[in-house]
Design a protein around this ligand. Structure first.
Ligand code: FDP
Length: 335
């Protein structure tokens, strides 16, 4: 007997646990999964761009060859627009949010989606894993196209979040508030099949992921924390190993599976860190908390940071709970 469970079936089973569910969230998640399958196909062909035509050129159908991040943004936007469940889309690639108007919907659309269509895109040409990150909120306004108030909600208000890694295989991981589940794309049948049910991150790890080239720009507390992880001490499992791909989704996914702490701190150049609260930190924070881990800006819980603008940045300490707590202690003790 086959024991295959598609992501679609999984989403529906989760929906059935909620008696008042209308099915809209399930449809939206399914739209995102389908869009990401299409992006995955194009990511796999990225190395052929030099052979088939540079970005900016026309392809054989006379269409312009788009940069992959622009392409991913367009695919996600059009699937979610046509799906009719979102009243606003907020993308890392867009200056402001895209309100969804009546042409595509009857105003029953009740969700807001934030997404980073292709995270880690500076790695594309080196064949390194990249990804898509998304986050879903319920609207607060009653009807009509979504508003800025709908888009700027606390991370704790997310109803679902997830990411897709385009790596040695394509994997989609999502949570709708009932655990974290991972699905691997089987390219032969074009389906995401369950491969990682109810993922949990270890409480303590032996791995840190940070761009250590920025060491001289860090605060004293941050420098001391990394120095501490590198000291040898058998009892506390040190020294830690260092693993840094430089592609957030890839680093995060590895740490979720094997334990670890990912850090992008504030530094003298990036006073508020580099990563985006709404597109990167909040969705990954919801996932890590659901998996038993912790996410903070070094002091405050990521999910409780009040957003002021769509592209706001934040320092990020995320991963195994005890490691994040230890980092917070070092920052506090060193001012
Ligand atoms: P990228 O610049 O390649 O798009 O969010 C952007 C991001 O990648 C993350 O994916 C990654 O973790 C981080 O920036 C890498 O930044 P550094 O190059 O400064 O280490």
């Amino acid at each position: 007997m086959y024991r295959l469970k598609t992501i679609y079936r999984h989403i529906i089973e989760e929906e059935r646990l909620i008696p008042e569910a209308t099915g809209q969230l399930s449809d939206l998640l399914t739209d995102i999964a389908l869009a990401c399958k299409i992006i995955s196909l194009e990511v796999n062909r990225a190395g052929l761009v030099d052979i088939l035509g540079l970005t900016g050129d026309e392809n054989v159908q006379g269409e312009e060859v788009k940069k992959l991040d622009v392409y991913a943004n367009d695919v996600l936007k059009s699937f979610m627009r046509m799906g009719g469940h979102a009243c606003a889309l907020c993308s890392e690639e867009e200056e402001t949010f895209v309100p969804i108007d009546e042409v595509y919907s009857d105003y029953s659309h009740k969700y807001i989606v934030h997404f980073d269509p292709l995270d880690g895109s500076s790695n594309i040409d080196a064949n390194i894993s990249i990804g898509t990150i998304f986050s879903i909120y319920k609207r607060v306004s009653k009807r009509g196209p979504g508003t800025m108030e709908d888009c700027l909600q606390l991370g704790v208000k997310q109803v679902a979040a997830g990411y897709v890694v385009y790596g040695s295989s394509t994997i989609m991981v999502y949570t709708a508030g009932n655990g974290v589940h991972g699905f691997t794309l089987d390219p032969t049948i074009g389906e995401f099949l369950i491969s990682h049910e109810n993922m949990k991150i270890s409480k303590k790890s032996r791995t840190y992921s940070v761009n250590e080239g920025n060491y001289s720009k860090w605060s004293k507390g941050m420098q001391k924390f990394i120095d501490h992880l590198k000291e040898a001490d058998k009892d506390t499992g040190r020294p830690y190993s260092s693993r840094y791909v430089g592609s957030l989704v890839a680093d995060f996914h590895r740490n979720l599976l094997y334990g670890g702490i990912f850090i992008y701190p504030a530094d003298t150049k990036n006073k508020n860190g580099k990563l985006r609260l709404m597109y990167e930190a909040n969705p990954l924070a919801m996932i890590i908390e659901q998996a038993g881990g912790r996410a903070s800006d070094g002091k405050n819980r990521i999910l409780e940071i009040v957003p002021q603008s769509l592209h706001q940045r934040t320092p990020l300490f995320i991963g195994s709970e005890e490691d994040v707590l230890l980092a917070e202690r070092f920052l506090k003790e060193n001012g």
